[in-house]
Design a protein around this ligand. Structure first.
Ligand code: NPW
Ligand code: K
Length: 497
């Protein structure tokens, strides 16, 4: 499913119009689709207010109010702006609403806002959508404040009024939705840490824009269904060499667990062979946890003898770690993933990545990405899509920017978003497990972007499954996720089990 900016959404509407789907038709489709989606959250006995704003989002509101009334719900349409503000397609649907025998109420007629809202059970926000610019003006602002304070169910259409569709906007006042019915495609703000909570839960309603006419967007969600569709199959006649021979360069005396978890996660994800290059003193702590792995010495490791290399987890941030990662970056010929401490020390010679011919994969969390880019964490969280794209293009890398919405960017700028996983993953060790899964995926997948995206979903989806099956978000450990992988593979593909 594509993820769009406001501009890309307008281009999509425009393309539909050129294909003959008039704006009023799309509005009818949008309003009806949203109404049928929203009623899943509404009881027949509920009293509903539909707030209608000045633009096309308001136009959707007239269709929604008419549809709800047709279905026998108790709904009032409240226009929050003067009549002359209702124009174009929205005016057509206001006319149809009135011709259907319904009355449009005005917000200015409401004398006692608090008393009025007390009588309602459900509020549907069809005030503003992707057209919002700058902070909310009146009367939107006070209506939003009243709604946010009232104890009612807050539903929204396309996006909650006041929430910007795009990234980069820090300050705004907005309607705090419990649920949002998103029109046609999710907007960037549905995935940003500071805007996503305003949506509440959300899902997308399709409004009939033919995909053939939609301008291509190189940004989409990657889900469990996509993983099922693209997961490499396991041939019955395969041998251990067929599934990838990987090298994990990580761990140290004080941090042996990281290399152990990465290696075990790689093996649990289907890697054929895993070798570990770690500090000699760490071997006794690591080997009992991954008996299947072999060990090699860092001084003599053959970097080009592997189908994939993952480096950096638990190596520390000193001069030795820096020299190690420099050596790895300049001598590894195959695909190379760098994580954790490796990213920290990489900062000084990022330019070396541009010279690599085989794929390089960097897997930072926002703090590590801020360090790599010299930006603040706040900047990274405000504009992760554009910063990730610029970085991936500049250094020619695949960038896995981790978070509640993980953004996977290819060197050509194509982006995927994985929203699986839960707060139980916000813990030491999660990144190590993910790095191991990704190491296997990068060795086995025909498309690097598909493989990395699937690796992220495998990790997050497994965390979700393990929590559903008895662990909680409080006690979930990275090792639980690794040991949950077999269950995930079992549910994903019959060709595997
Ligand atoms: N064919 C289509 O396009 C389809 C579109 N669809 C729907 O339309 C929505 C997009 O419609 P849109 O472009 O009319 O924008 P929308 O969000 O309704 O707001 C526009 C109004 O906002 C006002 N305004 C702006 N900023 C403000 C502020 N800070 N504070 C106060 N007011 C502010 C601005 O007023 P002005 O500044 O002009 O006075 C203008 O009147 C989209 O989200 C989807 O729901 C679907 O029906 C499918 C077909
Ligand atoms: K809205």
């Amino acid at each position: 499913m594509d993820i769009v900016t406001a501009q890309e959404m307008y281009e999509r509407d425009q393309a539909a119009a050129e294909a003959g789907l008039a704006g009023t038709m799309l509005m009818e489709n949008a309003g009806r689709a949203a109404a049928y989606d929203l009623v899943k959250h509404i009881q027949k006995s509920d009293r509903i207010i539909v707030w209608i704003g000045a633009g096309s989002n308001g136009g959707d509101g007239f269709v929604i109010a008419r549809t709800l009334l047709n279905l026998g719900y108790t709904a009032e349409a409240v226009q929050v702006v003067p009549d002359e503000k209702i124009k174009g397609d929205a005016a057509v649907h206001k006319q149809i609403f009135q011709a259907s025998g319904h009355t449009v109420k005005k917000w200015t007629d409401v004398e006692d806002a608090e008393g009025y809202l007390l009588r309602a059970d459900v509020s549907i926000d069809a005030m503003l959508g992707i057209g919002v610019q700058g902070d909310l003006r009146e009367p939107y602002k006070q209506i939003v404040q009243h709604c946010n304070e009232a104890s009612l169910l807050r539903l929204a259409v396309d996006l909650p009024t006041g929430v910007p569709a795009d990234e980069g906007v820090e300050e705004f006042t907005a309607y705090k939705a419990d649920y949002t019915s998103v029109i046609e495609a999710p907007k960037l703000s549905a995935f940003l840490q500071h805007t996503q909570p305003w949506y509440g839960q959300w899902s997308v309603v399709e409004i009939g824009i033919p995909s053939q006419v939609s301008p291509a967007v190189r940004r989409s969600m990657w889900t469990v269904e996509d993983v099922k569709r693209t997961l490499p199959s396991r041939d019955d006649h395969s041998h251990k060499g067929s599934h990838g021979k990987g090298l994990v360069i990580g761990g140290s005396l004080l941090m042996p667990g990281s290399a152990a978890m990465t290696s075990r996660a790689a093996l649990r994800s289907g890697a054929g062979l895993i070798a570990i290059a770690t500090e000699e003193g760490a071997v006794p702590s690591i080997s009992p946890y991954v008996q299947e792995a072999t060990f090699v010495e860092r001084e003599t490791m053959e970097l080009s003898a592997y189908d994939g290399v993952a480096a950096g987890m638990g190596i520390g941030r000193g001069a030795d770690a820096r020299a190690l990662v420099h050596h790895v970056v300049t001598h590894t010929k195959g695909p190379l993933l760098i994580d954790a401490d490796g990213l920290y020390v990489l900062k000084d010679f990022l330019g070396k990545l541009e010279k690599r011919e085989e794929p390089t994969i960097l897997t930072p969390h926002p703090g590590e990405f801020a360090h790599l880019t010299g930006r603040s964490i706040k900047d990274v969280l405000l504009s992760p899509f554009s910063l990730a794209e610029a970085f991936a293009r500049r250094y020619g890398v695949y960038l896995v920017l981790k978070g509640p919405s993980t953004i996977i960017t290819a060197p050509d700028g194509e982006q995927r978003v994985d929203v699986t996983g839960n707060s139980g993953l916000a813990k030491g060790g999660s990144g190590d497990a993910l790095a191991g899964i990704l190491l296997t995926m990068l060795m086995q997948s025909e498309s690097m972007l598909d493989g990395l995206s699937s690796g992220c979903v495998l990790h997050g989806h497994t965390a979700d499954r393990v929590v559903q099956q008895g662990r909680s978000k409080v006690d979930l450990l990275a090792t639980d996720v690794i040991e949950g992988l077999p269950g995930t593979f079992r549910t994903l593909s019959s060709s595997i089990t």
